[in-house]
Design a protein around this ligand. Structure first.
Ligand code: LMR
Length: 409
């Protein structure tokens, strides 16, 4: 019966979160959703966010009026500077239009919706977005919802637990001219494996030659290299090469503003005589799309981020907080690898410390992940990804024992 709405499966990520919460085992370990935890396994409010929050609350002029359709102007301007750098021609030549969005997901959606309506490559088959295999599961749904067909490019080699660079390059070389390529700017989710700068250069060269359209997802700036600007390197290399490109930016992880949904979408046009005109036309259409979907974005998270991004002292504190998070994650990588090597767990475990960002792609298969959940009360995604931030000095030994047991089974 066509009138019966079919039952859809539960979202894997949020399903995992709910299952973990229901589990009453005292040893349970949550390595599922990518959200930072402190060493006692608790959510961490960044000290700089606490400071900004107190300052905001003291502001007698604060009210609950609507933001403009494009969001808080101080926030979107600061977001441009964070991604592209203050001196970037994107900023100085005003070659970007930026819209505040419902975090990174909202930015991907707004970009996808814009492409679905206005992107018309000469070859209609090129109106396809290529996603890395594997990628963040929601990428498929977000672009599917706006009827942009998705394809994949190879990204990760299960044999070497590292980048399948040749596979990626050969797919890019054969993609139809004009196809859209979704790239993770840094700290690839779920694998924790990024191209080197030299590999990025080769990727950009092929994409330029093939007229491929880059769409960057940047959700982990500040988590990869320890430097905000280095984490933005790939995007800016593409800018230097003269690409027109899109960026979806999330502040969920690097500000710990998960539920506040602060993010930004950037459209960057290539250098040209008509750049201003292009930016203006694109912006006018984004306004209609945004207005019809969310009217205008939520204020709180953007106000917090904006206050920090626009104040040098708070900005320095933020960098310190980022180092606290990425530093603890690096410690946990070392600890986990160390414990597995101590136990003599079959296999090699160097990839755990080689990979970067919030996640590690362990190499465990779906069946092993299932046993870890049933017997050990460890929650992680079926593809073998763990959120490193769920590990701490209290549970890393227990987790390593569980991995050792399932690998030997
Ligand atoms: C993740 O991959 O765990 C995060 O990006 C959270 C999410 O929304 O899936």
């Amino acid at each position: 019966d066509k009138n019966v709405v079919p039952q859809a499966p539960e979202d894997p990520m949020f399903g995992l979160m709910a299952a973990y919460r229901r589990d009453e085992d005292p040893n349970k370990v949550d390595l599922g959703i990518g959200a930072y935890r402190d060493n006692s396994g608790k959510p961490w409010i960044l000290p700089v966010v606490k400071q900004a929050d107190e300052l905001l609350r003291r502001d007698p002029n604060l009210n609950h009026e609507y933001l403009p359709i494009s969001g808080l102007a101080d926030f979107t301007a600061a977001s441009q500077k964070l991604v592209f750098g203050e001196k970037s021609p994107v900023v100085t030549e005003k070659r970007a239009v930026s819209y505040q969005t419902i975090s990174g997901t909202g930015a991907l959606h707004l970009g996808g919706l814009f492409l679905s309506k206005f992107y018309n490559p000469p070859n209609a088959e090129a109106k396809t977005i290529y996603l890395s295999n594997p990628t963040w599961a929601n990428h498929n749904q977000v672009f599917g919802n706006v009827s942009i067909p998705t394809k994949t490019y190879p990204y990760f080699s299960r044999e070497t637990c590292s980048l399948d660079f040749d596979g990626m390059m050969s797919t890019l070389k054969s993609a139809p001219s004009g196809a859209i390529i979704l790239l993770h700017a840094c700290a690839h989710n779920p694998t924790g494996v990024d191209p080197t700068q030299d590999q990025w250069k080769q990727i950009a060269a092929v994409m330029k030659e093939r007229h491929l359209f880059p769409f960057f997802d940047t959700a982990y700036q500040g988590f990869a290299s320890g430097s905000l600007s280095r984490d933005g390197w790939a995007i800016n290399y593409f800018v230097e090469q003269g690409f027109e490109l899109l960026v979806a930016q999330s502040y969920a992880k690097n500000f710990g503003l998960y539920g506040e949904r602060a993010g930004c979408f950037h459209f960057v046009t290539a250098p040209s005589q008509n750049a201003q005109d292009t930016v203006s036309r694109v912006g006018s259409q984004l306004a209609i799309l945004q207005r019809s979907e969310i009217s205008n974005p939520p204020a709180y998270g953007a106000r917090i981020a904006s206050m920090v991004l626009n104040d040098p002292k708070l900005f320095a504190q933020w960098e310190e907080d980022l180092r606290t998070m990425s530093g603890r994650i690096i410690e946990m990588r070392k600890a986990l690898r160390g414990k597995l090597e101590e136990l003599g767990t079959p296999g090699t475990w160097n990839h755990i410390t080689d990979q970067i960002g919030m996640f590690s792609f362990t190499g465990l298969d779906e069946q092993q992940v299932g046993v870890l959940r049933e017997k050990w009360h460890v929650y992680m995604t079926k593809n073998g990804r763990i959120s490193m931030a769920g590990l701490n000095t209290g549970n890393v030994g227990y987790f390593a024992k569980g991995v050792d047991a399932v690998v030997r089974e």
